[in-house]
Design a binder for this molecule. Structure first.
Ligand code: FES
Length: 330
């Protein structure tokens, strides 16, 4: 069991439609642990109406990272399965919190940190994907590093727009359509000094487009860093069973293998819970069902071997009779 911290909701901001910004404080009002820019907070989401099981959801921290008095997150409300959507209900729960509510979380963890030796930092975000990039920009401004940020959002739906303007000034470019983004990025990606690192966060299609363009223009993958929205956007998946240490566990639709293992008392190292960091890799024994890889960590060769998966996002593929089973070792 990871260590937990208790936090109290100190402020709620619903100014942007569909997005809730929360300010969280220590119950005694004291300082909170510092964190690396781009870190996230994993909130414990209790079971409740429309949420048959408890969950742990990661949200990027947007506020001051050094010796903070508050943690700040902004959460896009995704429709839960109970409302016909695909999400597990974590974001809906966040949107129900009120000032004074207590929540628990694991202390901030980093899976998307700035590379401090980079010559320059190019930050490209869309929608609620701006949140870890705001944290990066805050750090670059503080330390006087070369950085620029491009933010794509629908008119009226941008998060932290005023804060970005105030913080970044002419380092920040706002765009309202994908065509404009493509035009802008072709020029911007071709015109960066050697040693620039690119960081992108947003919907999968958006990030794919940014990465494809960077690849076409000759950017090595070692200088391109991704932070997906999170598992909220993933399909809940088919149920399967998993054999581990002599017992068989159910992994229902909407529950990750990582959550099922944790519920059964197994300790599985994890960090991002979004298929990015590689921490939650588990070995899969021969004879298991085919694997549905949904992470951004494993390369094609490793996937092809079929002997491991990222427990936070990946699953088993059911056979024609609907059954799927994995034998794993931790
Ligand atoms: S916890 Fe990071 S890939 Fe699963």
């Amino acid at each position: 069991m990871n260590a937990r911290i208790e936090l109290v909701v100190a402020a709620v901001d619903d100014a942007v439609p569909g997005i809730r910004s929360l300010t969280l404080a220590a119950p005694d009002g004291g300082r909170l642990p510092s964190f690396t820019p781009g870190s996230h907070l994993v909130l414990d989401v209790p079971a409740g109406e429309g949420r048959p099981r408890r969950a742990a959801n990661a949200y990027s921290l947007t506020g001051e990272s050094i010796d903070p008095r508050h943690y700040a997150i902004s959460v896009l409300r995704c429709a839960p399965v109970a409302e016909g959507g695909t999400a597990g209900g974590g974001s809906a729960w966040v949107h129900e919190l009120v000032i004074g509510d207590r929540v628990t979380a694991t202390p901030p963890r980093s899976a998307f940190a700035p590379v401090h030796l980079a010559t320059r930092h190019l930050l490209v975000g869309a929608g609620i994907g701006i949140t870890p990039l705001l944290s990066h920009l805050r750090s670059h401004v503080r330390w006087g590093r070369e950085a620029e940020l491009v933010y794509l959002f629908r008119d009226g739906h941008g998060a932290h727009v005023d804060e970005l303007k105030e913080l970044g000034g002419d380092r920040v470019t706002f765009l309202a359509d994908r065509a404009g983004l493509a035009e802008d990025l072709v020029v911007r990606l071709a015109d960066q000094p050697l040693g620039t690192h690119l960081y992108t966060c947003g919907p999968a299609g958006f990030m794919d487009a940014v990465v494809d363009l960077a690849t076409e223009l000759g950017w090595p993958s070692s200088r391109v860093h991704l932070e997906p929205f999170g598992v909220a956007a993933l399909d809940p998946g088919d149920p399967f069973t998993v054999g581990v240490a002599g017992e068989v566990l159910e992994v229902p639709s909407g529950t990750s293998l990582l959550e099922a293992l944790e519920d059964a008392g197994h300790v599985v190292p994890n960090l991002c819970r979004q298929g990015v960091c590689g921490e939650c890799r588990v070995d899969v024994a021969p004879g298991s069902s085919p694997l549905l890889h949904r992470d951004l960590f494993l390369d094609e060769e490793t996937r092809g071997a079929g002997d491991c998966l990222m427990a936070c996002v990946s699953r088993a593929v059911p056979a024609a009779d609907g059954r799927a089973h994995l034998e794993v070792t931790l």
